[in-house]
Ligand binder design. Sequence first.
Ligand code: SF4
Length: 334
Amino acid sequence: MPDMSPPLVEAVGVSRRFGPKPDLAAKIALRLGLTKPAPIVHALDNVSLTIRKGEVVGLVGESGCGKSTLGRVIAGIIPQSEGKILWQGAVRETMKPAERRAADLATQMIFQNPMAALNPRMTVEEIVSEAPRTHGLIPKGKRAAYVDRYLRFAGFDPTMKGRYPHQFSGGQRQRVNIARALAVQPEFLVCDESVAALDVSIQAQVINLFMELRDRLDLTYLFVSHDLGVVEHISDRVAIMYLGRIVEEAPVEEVFRRPNHPYTKALLAEVPRIEPAKRRFKPVEGELSSPLSPPKGCHFHPRCPFAMERCRTEIPKKKEIAPGHLSACHLNDA
Ligand code: SF4
């Protein structure tokens, strides 16, 4: 049954391009034909994604497919070039400043490298209390108790809050990052490869922590990862990205049991599995095309064993092939 709870956050037709902004001299040179336009990276191309309240949506794809860019755009860290982001049904860009601040605070991001995300000159207590103090969330005289509460939520011993980030392991630092994000009382966490830099045993602990926090604090997640095993474990629904587009989207069981898109099938073949039935897909052959000049039509066509003539020219539309299961492949039109 598709989940009918209200959307918390939606990306609608979002594109994001990266390239140098030409100064006046460059614009004149371009107009006179003295120079070529600077190369543009097409990181996202007309992406739409809905995340419902309480859901964990896993966003997967190979390195360079645009998944981290989509996470950052949805989190409001970088702006989109086209399209819109809706928070609880309201377009983020047209919100009043106070509403926008509340939406920004309700969305927090947890990054891959826990050390790079922490100020090495601040103690854990200062790190965790900085943002909630700025936003007036800490009751007067209760700073220590407030910090301790959120450190405990993150599974971090509050008696160590006077120490600095370099005095901790990677797993403990990531717990500090999680406590810092939780301390502003968010509703939605964007986790960008948040366990990728941790040892496997610590990864499992942090993933379990995310799941506990979801129930305890009623959180919604966008979980960006290149690791299908992690995504299968943590997600309710999975979106598969290929070169700036979402090519398949479905409940987690459906994606792993009945993948539809040739790219998803190829990706699943790369996950080591015990069940023989799931070993039958071939690995993704060939290289990811450059986002500087993505192929026309279906972006996957240069690597797809089923590519037809129309795949080279016509962009496949996402089509519902089963309840809640969308796939963008011309094979579904046959
Ligand atoms: Fe392959 Fe064509 Fe489907 Fe793209 S649209 S995945 S090239 S069959």
